[in-house]
Design a protein around this ligand. Structure first.
Ligand code: NDP
Ligand code: AKG
Length: 478
């Protein structure tokens, strides 16, 4: 099988090392082989981006918009094929893979429009006869480090604004899922990006990621991944005064009040907690339920879990694909063990499953009778595992929801406008959902959180301009 190369300074360049991209639904199925860049190749990529920057920064918004729009069109046109690639390398279902691919295409098209709308301001001076203008300029060379759980959408929502606003990029996708990033790079290159503007360096975080963090030629790092790596990224960026943006974990609460429609609440909880195999930073991992509805909510959720088919991600009847790899599966199973040892009741699931193809299959697990100090309610598990917390009333639900070191997404199921409005104002989270799952967001509005979930300015939508540009204030006495 061909080894897919890295893209550095306008050339596809192989490395001496390559990974085996294995399908988590079928361990005998190799999705492809992808070069692993060395640290010196990462440095070449950074140098190429630096060299390309002045010319790319001087292109017109129309030139950049045309390339991004063409890339978005191709991604959308190939959504079935790329969605299948995504499902094969990451394990989310085919429908989820195609949906995520569509989202990536729409993101490129959205930022094609944003290139044309790069904002600026003219402000009255305090001095007579002086004009004051506030303009935005590209930041420079951006290092993009992405995780495995959204292999096409996350690279898209970092690449598209970076390129739209005139930056050059070095992209390092997660070593587990290089295939979608490779495909996006190939599409962008064929859409007309000049040499050096986009560089793809697949490989390990400890090698390629570190090279990006250490280089004085990188002006900014946009990172999504774990809290531990995110803190390391921020510390390294502080040393060299790089601009940094981090999106990290979540322990997202979904509050269910007595006045909720139990069917709506259970659907949102099952979707939010277990779809995409629970491997979303926005997953509803803590279901906080008031006493009056607790038992019927738990019964309804378990009824729905019984109907979910956990199987090969490519089987169209599958609802939940496999866990991404052995190490994530071990982490999920170890938390299921921890929860039981902490005294929580494993009300449903948690079993390792065997299917026709050998893969990392895990039955979604629901814990009840949990308390918020348990590790299963404090630490991000990142798998198909959710807990139920029984609370007395709305006030206790809100306090429990906010009692976490994370603050990404928070949801509430209620028919009360009063409680929904209060929750929207008082949930300590960057995103709040009413009668909707905590996961699954729109592509054209800001994405991000508070506390330990995010650091730096928001991603996505019009707010992405903040990270990918630097502000200049000009004074003119005509
Ligand atoms: N919030 C989110 O969206 C996500 C959260 N997670 C959480 O993180 C846990 C571990 O997953 P994992 O994939 O290991 O997450 P990491 O945070 O380790 O990985 C995220 C990205 O950072 C890279 N990276 C790792 N180490 C460094 C480094 N020293 N310098 C620069 N880049 C680095 C990784 O490279 P490499 O390819 O080598 O891994 C990957 O591209 C999960 O169980 C989950 O809890 C994971 C993914 C997404
Ligand atoms: O919930 C979503 O739509 C996005 C989630 C996400 O970005 C993540 O899990 O990293």
């Amino acid at each position: 099988m061909k080894v897919q190369a890295n893209y550095i300074g306008g050339e596809w360049i192989e490395s001496s090392d390559a990974n085996d991209n294995i399908n988590p639904s079928d361990l005998s199925n190799v999705v492809g082989h992808y070069s692993r860049a060395s640290a010196s190749q990462a440095e070449q990529a950074i140098a190429a981006a630096r060299d390309a920057f002045p010319a790319w920064a001087a292109t017109t918004p129309q030139q950049r918009a045309d390339i991004l729009d063409a890339a978005g069109n191709e991604i959308i046109a190939r959504k079935a094929e790329l969605g299948e690639l995504l499902s094969r390398e990451e394990g989310k279902t085919l429908a989820e893979g195609i949906g995520e691919t569509m989202r990536a295409g729409q993101i490129f098209k959205f930022f094609a429009g944003e290139a044309l709308r790069t904002p600026g301001e003219k402000v009255a001076s305090i001095r007579p006869g002086v004009d004051v203008e506030i303009t935005r300029e590209p930041l420079g060379v951006i290092g993009i480090i992405t995780p495995w759980n959204f292999p096409i959408a996350i690279p898209a929502w970092k690449l598209a604004p970076a390129l739209a606003f005139g930056n050059c990029v070095v992209l390092k996708p997660a070593d587990l899922v290089p295939g979608c990033a490779w495909a996006v790079a190939d599409i962008l290159v064929r859409a007309g990006l000049p040499a050096g503007v986009l560089n793809l360096v697949m490989g390990r975080g400890s090698v390629v990621g570190e090279a990006l963090l250490s280089s004085p030629e990188v002006d900014g790092i946009s990172f999504t991944g774990s809290v531990a790596t995110g803190k390391h990224v921020a510390a390294k960026c502080a040393e060299s005064l790089k601009k940094v943006q981090l999106e990290m974990g979540g322990k997202n609460p979904f509050v269910v009040l007595d006045d909720a429609d139990v069917g709506v609440a259970a659907d949102a909880a099952v979707n939010g907690a277990f779809f995409s195999t629970g491997q979303r930073c926005t997953a509803s991992s803590r279901l906080i339920v008031t006493e009056g509805i607790h038992d019927s909510f738990v019964d309804t959720v378990i009824g729905k879990l019984k109907d979910l088919k956990v199987d090969n991600a490519l089987d169209p009847s599958t609802h939940i694909g496999p866990v991404v790899d052995q190490s994530q599966l071990d982490q999920d199973l170890s938390y299921i063990d921890v929860g039981q040892k902490e005294g929580a009741k494993l009300a449903w699931g948690g079993e390792r499953l065997n299917r026709e193809t050998e893969g990392f299959y895990l039955q979604p697990a629901l814990f009840t009778e949990t308390s918020n100090h348990m590790r299963i309610n404090r630490e991000e598990i990142f798998g198909p595992v959710a807990t139920v917390l029984r609370v007395k009333d709305y006030d206790e639900a809100l306090a429990t929801a906010n009692d976490t070191s994370f603050g990404l997404s928070a949801g509430i199921a209620t028919s009360s406008l009063k409680h929904a409005s209060h929750f929207k104002r008082n949930a300590e989270a960057g995103m709040v959902m009413v009668n909707l799952p905590t996961a699954g967001v729109d592509y054209h509005v800001p994405f991000g959180g508070r506390k330990g979930s995010s650091y730096g300015s928001r991603e996505q939508g019009r707010y992405a301009v903040e990270f990918y540009t630097t502000v200049k204030t000009s004074y003119t006495a005509p």
